[in-house]
Design a protein around this ligand. Structure first.
Ligand SMILES: [Fe+2]
Ligand SMILES: [Fe+2]
Length: 284
């Protein structure tokens, strides 16, 4: 699906994922990490400019009201995975993995390490929320590292200079450390920038264990799970659950370079797995 160019600076939605993977390339020194701009091509930079300018508290609340009531109809998990595959952008179908292949690759890497079935399932589900792009949302409201809105921005967020263009930056109440939140209020009470993480969490939360809910909801919250930022908003339960978010992250980051999953061979396993946790159709 083609989007208006101004809403889609990335050639493919996965260019953001690739940038994050390059940023956290295994064995990279802290100094190399700080030079993340070297890994960002102009389209990625433009993407962050739009993301940091557009993700205001008001925008997030509007998007949550629009999508988190799950009133876009009933569909099965597989039906949605196939729908997500129609998101092809300008990618080369011969070399690039489909969205479902990325999900299977992540899940397979988790399975090979002997993790429980719900963990494997989280790998298979984690990016289904990218269908927001097919609903017509701009790339900057679908992907991107997530961060709390309505309070001061951590200096651990990439491209912090772009927050100057966010209209929340002019609201003094939103610029303090805690902003509109209470100390250690717990992340469930904190609004993160809107994207595929929140949406897939809302869709699947009734069906998967809490550890998986955290993995899905916070897998792009790099400032917190990679850099330890925003602990002043987290409670003790979040801290414990973030162990799982951190366990999940390498599979998202590093499963991409692996060989193409043998979809036909492994499909029966995943059909079983999905029907163990989900009814035929769920609300989206
Ligand atoms: Fe993701
Ligand atoms: Fe992913």
């Amino acid at each position: 699906m083609k989007q208006a160019a101004e809403n889609a600076p990335l050639k493919e939605l996965d260019d953001w994922d690739d940038f994050v993977a390059a940023r956290y390339r295994q064995g990279k020194s802290e100094e190399e990490f700080r030079n993340y701009k070297a890994d960002a091509n102009p389209t990625v930079t433009e993407f962050y400019r739009q993301n940091h300018a557009g993700q205001t508290l008001d925008f997030v609340l509007r998007k949550k009201a629009e999508y988190c009531g799950l009133n876009r109809g009933k569909k099965g998990i597989w039906e949605m995975a196939e729908y997500l595959n129609t998101l092809v952008d300008d990618s080369d179908p011969d070399t690039d993995l489909t969205q479902t292949e990325h999900l299977l690759q992540t899940a397979e890497a988790i399975r090979k390490d002997g993790h429980p079935r719900w963990f494997i399932l989280a790998g298979f589900l984690h990016d289904l929320g990218k269908v927001l792009c097919l609903y017509g949302e701009p790339q900057w409201a679908v992907v991107g590292d997530t961060f709390p809105v309505g309070c001061g921005y951590s200096d651990q967020i990439v491209f912090p200079e772009f927050f100057a263009a966010n209209s929340d930056s002019a609201i003094p109440e939103y610029r303090t450390e805690y902003g509109i939140y209470e100390p250690n209020c717990g992340l469930d009470k904190v609004h993160l920038s809107f994207g595929h993480d929140e949406y897939v969490y809302q869709v699947t939360r009734r069906y998967v264990p809490e550890q998986a809910q955290y993995m899905l909801r916070y897998h792009s919250f790099y400032p917190a799970h990679r850099h330890g930022a925003y602990r002043h908003l987290m409670n003790a339960h979040d801290e414990r659950m973030f162990e799982w978010v951190r366990k999940f992250n390498p599979y998202d980051l590093y499963s991409k370079g692996r060989e193409r999953p043998k979809t036909q061979e492994i499909l029966p396993y995943y059909q079983d797995l999905v029907s163990e946790f989900f009814p035929d159709k769920i609300d989206w």
